[in-house]
Design a protein around this ligand. Sequence first.
Ligand SMILES: O=C(O)CCC(=O)C(=O)O
Ligand SMILES: [Fe+2]
Length: 358
Amino acid sequence: MPSAGTQVPVVDIAPFRAALGTLRSQRQGADRGGACAALPEDARRVAQQWREAFSTYGFCQVTGHGVPDDAIEAAYGAARRFFSLPAEGKLRCDLGKGYGFGGFTAQGKERVSATASEQPDGQVLGSEAARPPDRVESMVVYGTEEDLVPSGVEGYKDAVHGYHDGMKQLLKVVMALTACSLDLDFDYFEPFYASKTAEGSLRLAYYPAFEEGQEPLPKQLRYGEHTDYTGFTLLWQDHNVAGLQTATDLRPPQGGLQVRMPDGSFVDCPPMPGAFTVNAGDLIQVWTNDVFLSNVHRVVNPPPGDRNDRISMVFFTGPAADTVVEALPTCVGPRQPAKYAPVTAGEHLQKKLFASNK
Ligand SMILES: O=C(O)CCC(=O)C(=O)O
Ligand SMILES: [Fe+2]
């Protein structure tokens, strides 16, 4: 049996990224259709690996993504400086609306496990859903001029907006790859993601260290069991133990992400050098009629005595709020009936956020 942590597959998307430019230039003026079939062998193999990863795990580690290290470092540094502010400095960015509506959310407000009973397949996670609030602080960034900019955090705005732009670029590749892996035209999803109401929010997450004598509440986790609510999530996991404080040194803290395996067990999904962890959210599962899974995951506490904190940069994506998400044409057929009622993207997200802030 492979050791824990090796089970979320790795996909190097570089060959697909290289081919995508050619596809785009061919598309201009060319007849529609068949664009993905024209991909070179190595890029088609990436699309196949992508489909396998999301069908089995709903997760993969993405290398060859093209996001520059310095953009990651800059955002990570800004996040660390923000979360190191005294509480008053952070609370000045709290809009008082709870998690998911911009700005800062302090510990004790969000209880993500309360959303888990509303998975698209109706499955309930039982007593796990009754966990106390998560041991996390969050700062949400939309990449617009409306974003709250904390005072006293040098370079914050440029760094987080630069990172947000980088994530939008990567998302374009992710959606083209998804389209090709589902036998759709590479630009199939573009209209859904072009709108201002498309989901594209960056959650900077801070999981404080457990200092001497501090214990979690009974059953409390850093972030409880849940599925992500919308499209793909592009996650940069902390590569560090506290003290190193750069984004890319690989000394993964213990007490991180775990992903549910097909047999129901949870395995560690530690950061890997230079990789983004990518997972599919509920709307992708509905869109693909279960071809891609929106899989359950959580962030566990570090072992007793481990004094490390943890920072994640979590980019949530999804189609425009008014998109009615229903089974894609290549994911239904006489022997593959649609399993879900159509869902409106914005309504689904609001329902989940409401449940998480109870
Ligand atoms: O911090 C992490 O590694 C994962 C966070 C997560 O699952 C989420 O924000 O939805
Ligand atoms: Fe998540």
